[in-house]
Design a protein around this ligand. Structure first.
Ligand SMILES: [Zn+2]
Length: 201
C-alpha cells in the first residue's frame, strides 16, 4: 500500500469514529480520547499503562478469536462485522497507527491532505477470507511494534505530531486512538458473539 493510500485510510478511519469520540478533555497540555459507548478514557492511562495495554491487545484478540469457534466468520447481523473481520480491521488500523507514529517522530510536523476514497471498503472486502492465525499474529505484532516505537522514541517526543486534513494528532493521541479503536471493537465482537450464541440455542 502506498503512503498516500495509508494516509487516506487513516483519515477515513478517524472520520468514521468521530461519533464514538464524544469528548476531548484537556489535562494540562494533553488532550485525551473519551468514549461513552465503550467507556474508554485515555486520561486513565499513564505512560507504562498505555504501552502495556497496547501490548495486551494481541493476547486479548487471539483469545477472542479462539473463543469465537465456529462463529468466527459469522456476522451477528448483515451490517455488523464478524469477529474475523473486526480483527483484520483492527490489525490494519493498528498498522496505520504505527505508520502515523513513525511519520510524526521522523518528520517535522508532516501535513497530509485528506483523501476521500473507499479504501476501508476495499480493504475490508478481503477480511472474510483471511487466515485467523495470520490475522491474530499480525495484529499482536503491530500492537507490540507500536508500543516499541513509542517507547524507543521517549515520551519527550510524544508531543510531536502530524496533520491530516485539518486535524492534528500528537503521538500520545495516536497511541490512545489506536488503543481505543481496538478495545472498542473487542467489545463489539464480544457483544456479537454473545448474540450469535443465543441465536444458536
Ligand atoms: Zn469506544
Amino acid at each position: 500500500m502506498s503512503i498516500r493510500a495509508l494516509v487516506g485510510l487513516l483519515h477515513i478511519e478517524r472520520q468514521s469514529h468521530q461519533t464514538q469520540i464524544d469528548d476531548l478533555r484537556r489535562y494540562g497540555a494533553v488532550e485525551h480520547e473519551i468514549c461513552r459507548a465503550c467507556g474508554f478514557d485515555g486520561s486513565r492511562y499513564d505512560v507504562q499503562e498505555l504501552t502495556a495495554a497496547l501490548r495486551g491487545l494481541g493476547p486479548r484478540w487471539n483469545l477472542l478469536l479462539v473463543e469465537a469457534g465456529p462463529n468466527i466468520r459469522r456476522r451477528p447481523e448483515p451490517t455488523v462485522w464478524s469477529a474475523l473481520e473486526y480483527a483484520a480491521h483492527s490489525r490494519d488500523i493498528t498498522a496505520l497507527h504505527v505508520f502515523g507514529v513513525e511519520q510524526a517522530l521522523t518528520q517535522d510536523e508532516p501535513v497530509y491532505s485528506s483523501i476521500s476514497d473507499d479504501l476501508v471498503d476495499s480493504a475490508a472486502s478481503t477480511y472474510l477470507e483471511a487466515d485467523p492465525n495470520d490475522v491474530g499474529s499480525e495484529l499482536a505484532g503491530q500492537a507490540s511494534l507500536l508500543a516499541d516505537v513509542a517507547e524507543a522514541a521517549g515520551t519527550a517526543k510524544w508531543s510531536r505530531g502530524l496533520t491530516i486534513g485539518d486535524s492534528r494528532s500528537d503521538v500520545r493521541r495516536l497511541l490512545e486512538h489506536a488503543l481505543h479503536d481496538s478495545l472498542h471493537h473487542l467489545n463489539d465482537v464480544e457483544v456479537g458473539l454473545t448474540r450469535l450464541s443465543k441465536d444458536g440455542q
